[in-house]
Ligand binder design. Structure first.
Ligand code: SF4
Length: 425
């Protein structure tokens, strides 16, 4: 039995793009039963918290939100899903006050479970409702899970091993997104390099997607170094509609630290992959993730990371001080680094990253750039993202430009933002 009255629901998503993709799927499924997504948790009859357990802090945030929602009058029906359901103890989950806990095995059936659990729940007809805006760059989840078992990461324990969607399913969903107006699709997964459907791997999937009629852009999320990054660079060189953005999480530029992290490449191999990609794809936006202060990281190890970052033209640096995650081998390693030093090293690398990003943005002054317009700001400029993943502020456009691919030539840069006037079509 399903809920007789269509309910209002709100989904709070923590963590990665994969979680966002799953939340989008929950939204689509519940909306297909006539339920209404709303933009604020206090307006909802049902709140789904799709949680992340990548750090202890992320876990705490999700559980804290659960407890806060139980204090609303009247409290919504609270659904807790995501990695916290695998990482936190049963006591903690129960104490959170969630009305329904959906674990990993049941996640594909989340919408059905929620509908069933809320079958007799009356809509509270809460007043002023702000409809949730649709996503302008929809996410296409092509796989879940990872079996790389990096020593600091809880994900293989919370999400399990890799499972890929059949290629035909991915293409069918992408076609539906395009038919519904999507111009850009973002391919995401837990470890997309593990994608495999028979003899189809990630590069074959990407090639099939870019050949779908009506697609203006395809963007890829993070790809593990030492896997298929060269094939992806080759595809970018061949297909201009693949966004000029490559995110390879380095984590450390020091080989001793990489070994201790359980990563599968050396700093030299990483450098060679990046050099190869830059040679194939001009104006490539290069992103990476770095963990500072991993157990045992000495000043010399940190200096190696700093050097590699300085040498390579990164435009998007995500730097995080190491955070112990209970249940991972790294949490019990000797030589834990003092939290202050972890933060200090992160701050140093973040500052380097900001300068590099600004310089990368400046390199586009005077060059033609394209962007898909997502919205208009109150100052009348149109907003979007460049192929290389820089924010764009474009003047001289009308509202009809929303969701169209437009060209402009940046004449100025503010921090990392490209600013210019639309080119006449
Ligand atoms: S590749 Fe490593 S860091 Fe990434 S999800 Fe798998 S185990 Fe975690």
């Amino acid at each position: 039995m399903i809920a007789t009255a269509p309910l209002r629901f709100y989904i709070k998503t923590f963590g990665c793009r994969l979680n966002q993709a799953e939340s989008d799927s929950f939204t689509a499924q519940l909306a297909s039963y006539g339920w209404h997504p709303v933009a604020r948790d206090h307006q909802a009859d049902v709140v789904i918290i799709h949680s992340c357990a990548i750090t202890h802090t992320a876990e705490q945030e999700a559980l804290r939100l659960c407890r806060r929602l139980t204090r609303l009058t009247p409290p919504p029906f609270i659904v807790l899903s995501g990695c916290v359901t695998a990482a936190a103890s049963l006591n903690k989950l129960t104490a959170s006050g969630a009305s329904l806990i959906v674990n990993r095995t049941d996640r594909p059936n989340l919408a059905q479970l929620v509908l069933k659990a809320c079958a007799d729940l009356p809509s509270s007809c809460r007043t002023t409702v702000t409809p949730a805006p649709p996503r302008t760059r929809p996410l296409l989840q092509v796989q879940d899970g990872c079996n790389f078992f990096c020593n600091y990461c809880i994900v293989p324990h919370t999400r399990g091993g890799p499972i890929s969607r059949p290629l035909t399913d991915c293409l069918a969903e992408a076609s539906t997104l395009i038919a519904n107006g999507a111009r850009e699709i973002v391919v995401t997964g837990c470890n997309t390099a593990c994608y495999q459907d028979g003899h189809y791997r990630l590069p074959q999937l990407i090639e099939a997607l870019v050949n779908l009629p009506g697609l203006a852009r395809l963007r890829l999320s993070s790809i593990e170094p030492g896997t298929v990054e060269r094939d992806i660079a080759d595809l970018m060189a061949r297909y201009p509609l693949i966004c000029r953005q490559l995110h390879l999480p380095l984590q450390s530029g020091d080989n001793t630290t990489l070994r201790s992290m359980g990563r599968r490449y050396t700093s030299e191999a990483f450098r060679e992959s990046i050099t190869y990609a830059l040679g194939r794809v001009p104006d490539l936006g290069l992103g990476t993730d770095i963990i500072t202060g991993f157990p045992g990281e000495s000043e010399a190890h940190h200096a190696n990371t700093r050097q590699l970052i300085t040498d390579l033209p990164f435009s998007n640096l995500h730097v995080f001080p190491y955070s112990e995650r209970q249940g991972t081998p790294a949490a019990t390693m000797a030589n834990q680094i003092a939290p202050e030093l972890r933060k200090q090293r992160a701050a140093e690398l973040i500052a380097i990253g900001q300068t590099k990003r600004h310089n990368f943005a400046r390199s586009f002054i005077g060059k033609p750039v394209t962007t898909i317009i997502e919205r208009f700001a109150s100052d009348g400029t149109a907003r979007g993202w460049s192929s290389s993943y820089l924010p764009c502020h474009v003047a001289g456009l009308q509202p009809a430009a929303i969701n169209t691919l437009v060209s402009f030539t940046p004449t100025a840069v503010k921090d990392d933002t490209l600013i210019g006037l639309a080119t006449a079509p």
